[in-house]
Design a protein around this ligand. Structure first.
Ligand SMILES: [Zn+2]
Ligand SMILES: [Zn+2]
Length: 159
C-alpha cells in the first residue's frame, strides 16, 4: 500500500503488500479499458533497491497489455489476492482475482487470469486481445498493417 511517512518524505509503494515481489509483477487496473493485468512496461523511480519499492512522488508510467495505452499507474494498483495454476507447468502463482492475464512466476507463461472464469469469457477476451494487437500494429506501421474493422475512430490520438 502507499505509505506517507510523517516527515513528508518518500511516498512508497511496496510490491510485497500487493502479494508480489517485483514492481513489474504488480497488477494494475487500466483507466482506459478497465481491465486488470500486469503491465507490459513500468517506468518508475526506485525508492529502495533492496525492497523493490517504488517512489510515488514521481510519475509512474505503465503500459496496458490489453489496449496498449500508457497511463499513470499511481492509484491503480490491485492486490494479487487470488492465484492461478499454470496450464503449462502446473505451478501456482499469485494473481489478482479480477485479472484477465496472469504471469506464471515459474515458466513465465501468461495464462488467462482468474477474472475469466468460463471458456466463453476466455474466447471472447482472446478476440479482444487479437483486435487490439492489430490496432497497435496499424498505429505503429500504418503502411504495412491495415486499420482493422471497427477502428474508424482515430487510434492515432492514442499515445
Ligand atoms: Zn487498457
Ligand atoms: Zn508455468
Amino acid at each position: 500500500m502507499s505509505t506517507q511517512p510523517p516527515d513528508g518524505g518518500v511516498v512508497v509503494v511496496d510490491p510485497a503488500t500487493y502479494g508480489v515481489v517485483h514492481p513489474i509483477d504488480l497488477y494494475l487496473r487500466c483507466p482506459h479499458c478497465g481491465r486488470v493485468a500486469q503491465p507490459t512496461s513500468l517506468d518508475y523511480a526506485v525508492a529502495d533497491r533492496e525492497s523493490h519499492t517504488i517512489d510515488e512522488r514521481r510519475h509512474v508510467e505503465a503500459r496496458c497489455p490489453v489496449c496498449h495505452q500508457l497511463f499513470d499507474a499511481r492509484g491503480h494498483w490491485v492486490a494479487a489476492d487470488d492465484q492461478i495454476t499454470c496450464t503449462r507447468c502446473g505451478a501456482h502463482s499469485p494473481a489478482a482475482a479480477e485479472a484477465v492475464r496472469a504471469r506464471c512466476f515459474q515458466c513465465n507463461l501468461f495464462n488467462f487470469g482468474p477474472g475469466l472464469k468460463t471458456q466463453q469469457e476466455r474466447t471472447a477476451f482472446a478476440a479482444v486481445e487479437a483486435l487490439e494487437q492489430r490496432r497497435m500494429l496499424h498505429r505503429l506501421l500504418p503502411g504495412r498493417f491495415p486499420n482493422p474493422p471497427g477502428n474508424e475512430e482515430s487510434y492515432d490520438r492514442r499515445r
